[in-house]
Design a protein around this ligand. Structure first.
Ligand code: ADP
Length: 616
């Protein structure tokens, strides 16, 4: 007979912390109680649900609500416990009714089990029971267990207000996500624009550690978040610090989009003004189009407002609200206009902007995905200028990231110096890089075929592993490591180039793993199958890079199509040892091509092992 479903629904489950050191986290799960088991699974939009746990009802010894006044760091605030085998499962329901329904149903289904006599009404936390302070997790309970008593006896436990308790602790530093972030490494945390996170570590300049409202902790790019405080909103895209009324009007009129807006400093110190462009007819016959200015006012309870009725504790919250609601304004705040955008249009306020007058262009040295590459001179320096042709690059996204890319600086990376706009009519943007006299490595290898020494081949691998270890330390994923994306300097040093750039290519044939230009032959199985990029997928590509070096510039799987390559990878086959590769180097390549990313060595290890080979 099939089991009959009794209850189902989404609740949050706390990890069981079977080991004392395992992290404590909270996960949303879809629970199903039937006449045999309590099951829970993970449901993600567009994905098949995956069963994460199944507890036979016969193994349950106690089900009861948890009475506690400890702040609950997840969004569902109504906990109950299921004690089974020797484990306590804590489940958080979204409201009290829901919790009562589940406790009642579970008690009903388990009432004839071998139950405990006494139970713990409070949580097991930090190595002790909060109710009786016993430090043995399996110590018998301190309160009598009533298997039939599911209606609340006596007053209900004090339930904290349904708010993110930890996020509002005044001692915490809180940040707001300025934009979405999709994790690029195992230890990253996804960000959702406008959501708040607790800032837990800022010791690394580019990668901060934050905690979300479910208790998950991970790295995020520091430029993607801004500290939430009443007046520190330098990083918000709508804030323009040094713009006066006239400049604001000029910029917004130039943008000429309904709802284009910015927040700027008022002439009065410590006061801010919202300037917004509109074409809407004014009640007193004002002429269109125009820019309206609203001063942000503060009440004596330190709340901010633009239109009297709508008060907010911080300016970012006020702006966020008015981005969705006009609520007294002439229009809602639709399009933030920032200095970054201004800069893109040719103003010169950012330090990474290179003025076209400082740049002189010389002869063509190559051409690539984004367009021509020219030799150039900038401030007495020889530079390579990538002329980005219109429609080839997602420029605004690149500019958002340019700040991170420019901060990456290592002697084995080709340095990005800056960006320049409006150089020529048909090139809206160009990128200035360190000039590499001996061009791209794949051509260099072919030119020198038959004349390369073991020392120089190993040296090339070492150079690139050094650059990649730096990117790995900085949690930056290359995504397209190959000999063609490494360049050779005047003194034959090899440097890694084009890191992260594929994200800005506007060409499906290049970016989709089914596209004809996608670098399948350099890609790991998880990238080909799920586009799952990580430093470990870079390690796979590095294995292929070493193969290219030791085969002196031959193309990997030279006479095979991408489809055939995928088939042979699936069958467990790998590139064969190039003739010039010594066995220890070939073994390193094979370690880079392990099926599971976690079995591949990190760059820090590869660098170390290559260095020890060069000592031999
Ligand atoms: P894209 O990123 O647009 O695909 P590439 O990086 O492949 O362009 O560059 C195309 C060619 O331009 C390279 O093969 C190389 O010959 C030349 N090149 C690119 N960057 C530099 C540089 N920094 N110094 C010297 N030459 C370069």
């Amino acid at each position: 007979m099939f089991p009959r479903v009794i209850l189902k629904g989404t609740m949050i489950k706390k990890s069981q912390q079977k080991r004392r050191t395992s992290p404590c986290n909270y996960k949303e799960r879809f629970f199903v109680l039937d006449t045999q088991d309590l099951k829970y699974s993970e449901r993600r939009p567009g994905k098949k649900p995956t069963l994460k746990g199944c507890i036979a009802l016969s193994r349950i010894k106690c089900v009861e609500i948890v009475c506690s006044d400890v702040p609950i760091p997840c969004s569902y605030k109504y906990p109950f416990q299921v004690f089974h085998d020797n484990h306590y499962l804590y489940i958080f329901a979204p409201d009290n009714d829901c919790r009562q329904r589940w406790v009642k149903a579970l008690k009903e289904e388990t009432k004839f089990n071998n139950l405990v006599v006494k139970y713990h009404p409070n949580f097991w936390m930090d190595g002790r029971w909060k109710c009786c302070h016993q430090t043995e997790k399996l110590a018998s309970g301190c309160n009598e267990y009533d298997p039939m008593g599911y209606a609340s006896k006596g007053p209900l436990p004090q339930i904290p207000e349904p708010q993110e308790v930890d996020i509002h602790d005044p001692g915490q530093r809180v940040v707001v996500a300025l934009r979405d972030y999709t994790p690029t490494g195992d230890n990253d945390l996804p960000l959702h624009k406008d959501q708040e996170y607790i800032l837990t570590d800022t010791s690394h300049a580019e990668w901060w550690t934050v905690q979300d409202n479910m208790g998950y902790v991970g790295f995020v790019p520091s430029t993607y978040v801004a500290e939430k405080s009443a007046t520190n909103f330098d990083k918000f895209e709508w804030y323009n610090k040094d713009i006066c009324r006239g400049e604001a009007e000029e910029l917004l009129m130039r943008e000429a989009k309904e709802g284009a807006f910015m927040v700027r400093d008022s002439r009065q110190a410590g006061v801010y003004t919202v300037s917004v462009f509109t074409k809407a007819p004014g009640s007193n016959g004002e002429k269109n189009p125009r820019v309206k200015h609203y001063q942000i006012r503060e009440t004596n309870t330190e709340d901010f407002y633009l239109a009297e009725k709508y008060l907010f504790p911080t300016i970012p919250e006020l702006i966020r609200y008015h981005q969705h609601n006009a609520a007294g304004l002439i229009t809602r705040l639709r399009h933030p206009i920032s200095q970054d955008r201004v800069w893109l249009r040719g103003s010169s306020k950012k330090k990474w902007e290179v003025s076209p007058t400082e740049l002189s262009l010389g002869q063509e040295v190559g051409s690539g995905q984004f367009g021509l590459v020219l030799e150039g001179r900038w401030r007495d320096r020889k530079v390579a200028v990538k002329m980005v042709k219109a429609g080839a690059m997602s420029e605004e996204e690149f500019i958002e990231e340019a700040r991170v890319m420019m901060s990456l600086s290592h002697c084995k990376l080709v340095q990005l110096y800056g960006v320049c706009t409006q150089v020529t009519q048909d090139c809206p943007l160009c990128l200035l890089f360190e000039f590499m006299d001996n061009g791209c490595l794949s051509d260099f290898l072919r030119d020198k075929r038959g004349r390369l020494s073991q020392v120089s081949m190993l040296g090339m691998c070492l150079d690139v592993s050094e650059g990649m270890a730096y990117l790995e330390r900085n949690k930056f994923i290359h995504r397209d490591l190959a000999a063609r994306n490494c360049l050779v300097s005047k003194n034959n040093e090899v440097k890694v180039s084009d890191f992260g750039m594929t994200r800005y290519v506007l060409d499906d044939q290049y970016t989709s793993s089914h596209g004809s230009k996608f670098p399948v032959k350099w890609s790991s199985p998880e990238v080909i199958k799920y586009s799952r990029f990580s430093s470990k997928s870079d390690v796979w590509s590095f294995g292929v890079f070493m193969w290219e070096v030791y085969s002196e510039g031959h193309l990997p799987y030279e006479h095979r199509s991408n489809g055939q390559v995928v088939e042979s990878l699936n069958a467990g086959l790998r590139l064969l040892k190039p003739r010039s590769a010594p066995e220890p180097v070939h073994l390193l390549m094979e370690r880079c091509w392990k099926e599971k990313p976690e079995d591949r060595p990190p760059f820090a290890v590869l660098l170390h092992e290559l260095a020890s080979l060069s000592d031999l």
